[in-house]
Design a protein around this ligand. Sequence first.
Ligand code: PEP
Length: 254
Amino acid sequence: MMRKQFAAANWKMNLTYQQAAELLKAVISADLELNENRVVLFAVPFPYLELANGSVLQKKYYFTAAQNCSNKKSGAFTGEVSAEMLKSLNVSYCLVGHSERREHFGETNEMLSEKVMICLTYGMTPVFCCGEPLQIREQNTQNDFVKKQLNDSLFPLSAQQLLKVVIAYEPVWAIGTGKTATNEQAQEMHSYIRSVLEEHFGREVSQKISILYGGSVKANNAKELFACGDVDGGLVGGASLNASDFIEIVRALK
Ligand code: PEP
């Protein structure tokens, strides 16, 4: 069975509108062999979603993603953006629980469970991010740590709902540090995550879930990381801001 493979660009809080337009144009005009199971996502800042949509909606296999959404449906939450608003802009994916959101904006597993649910309610695919900080890795308790993240935020879903979720494993110590997990570390955790999903949702479901790796994916290491059996592409920060680097990363997909 071929799982869907993703090259997902996470621009974070970078680029002006003009730079964003240029980068989108460069990536989209490249000759990339995409198909139903080999797709590109652009997780762009909210003000650029319509710009990105303008480039991707006329092309197959490219999609826009929000970097976050509110856990609330609507109402008096100044500065927040709802899942319903995003869906009404034809945004089909939304990052949920990126480690920077967890760390700097106090997002808890419980809030993230609400965000996952609200994305699904409005027909957006949540890209649920999980992963352990350095001190947890040093204590070698990363499996328990990630299992709790999955347990608290994804186990409330039905199997039918989980099938609409994409997972990104991003060890916090590898994000933006240039320190990539080794292929062995990535494969080991991805296969562990799949086993946790299997235990709770059954084998058939667990085999269908795409699990992306994130953490200093670069043009020169993407191929070997993506070649790992349980790694279904990557969530890419820094290297997604450079067109030729990101293009090479897309080409490294299985
Ligand atoms: C990320 O933002 O999800 C990420 C993995 O960043 P970087 O590729 O820069 O480590």
